[in-house]
Ligand binder design. Structure first.
Ligand code: URA
Length: 242
């Protein structure tokens, strides 16, 4: 038996980027939406988007349930959907792409790099679940020298300021000097974790950028503030990697 999945028409239209739920309701009241050729007036009307044809201002709307974008987050933006004081990563998206997306986890306001934006709650849950231990790799510049003893300490875990002992992590030293460059892979996501791990070693992170999460790698062609949809291959690989 074919299972029919019925969804509210205002939800379909807003997640297709037509407008916010409020705007969509207004469009429906103004007679701009047709379902199977008939104008509708009920935003809560349940329809099956795989079978029924929805048109907005005469144009067919193609429903896609989930969206996945990779953003190269610049410093100065909060990883949230809204904030009272600061701009959020959602402000970097074109209005048509904002849909009902949210960032997967948080990067600090001054951290750059890979941020996944999606409306797929299950994938988000899996990526953030401590049980899944999804690896995240960061590139960082550190004030002062980073040495083999830091590498060994991170391998066995370090004690953070709140008494938490971190899981084993992998430190790669790219250069060591007055300012060192490193890559650190951690499998958890405590608040300010990378910065606090270096503080525990008496060092200071002066630049931080996430370069990968699970199988997903930051596309180096994306300038800061740019984003693009994930490819089918990236989505598939990400789902099987967790
Ligand atoms: N660790 C940090 O300290 N900050 C981030 O933004 C991400 C990981």
């Amino acid at each position: 038996m074919i299972k029919i999945k019925q969804i509210r028409v205002d939800k379909i239209l807003s997640s297709s980027g037509i407008g916010s739920r409020k705007e969509v309701k207004k469009y429906i009241r103004n007679g701009l939406v047709h379902v199977d050729g008939k104008v509708i007036d009920n935003p809560g009307l349940l329809i099956d988007p795989m079978v029924q044809k929805i048109c907005f201002q005469g144009q067919e709307v193609f429903y896609q349930q989930f969206y996945y974008y990779m953003l190269n987050k610049p410093a100065g933006f909060i990883s949230a959907t809204e904030d009272k004081y600061d701009q959020t990563v959602m402000d970097l998206l074109k209005p048509k792409d904002q849909k009902n997306l949210f960032p997967v986890g948080r990067l600090d306001k001054d951290t750059e790099g890979l941020l996944l934006l999606t409306n797929d709650g299950e994938l988000t849950h899996n990526l953030l679940s401590p049980k899944k231990k999804v690896p995240k790799t960061y590139y960082a510049k550190i004030q002062g020298q980073v040495t083999k003893s830091d590498k060994i300490a991170f391998q066995s875990g370090v004690l953070l300021d709140d008494g938490y002992h971190t899981l084993p992590s992998e430190l790669k030293i790219i250069t060591s000097g007055d300012i060192s460059e490193i890559e650190l892979t951690i499998c958890e996501g405590k608040f300010h974790q990378v910065k606090r791990m270096f503080i525990s070693r008496g060092q200071k992170v002066i630049y931080l950028k996430r370069i990968s999460m699970g199988s997903l790698k930051l596309d180096e062609n994306l300038d800061l503030g740019e984003y693009r949809p994930l490819t089918e291959k990236e989505i598939k690989e990400l789902k099987v990697s967790i």
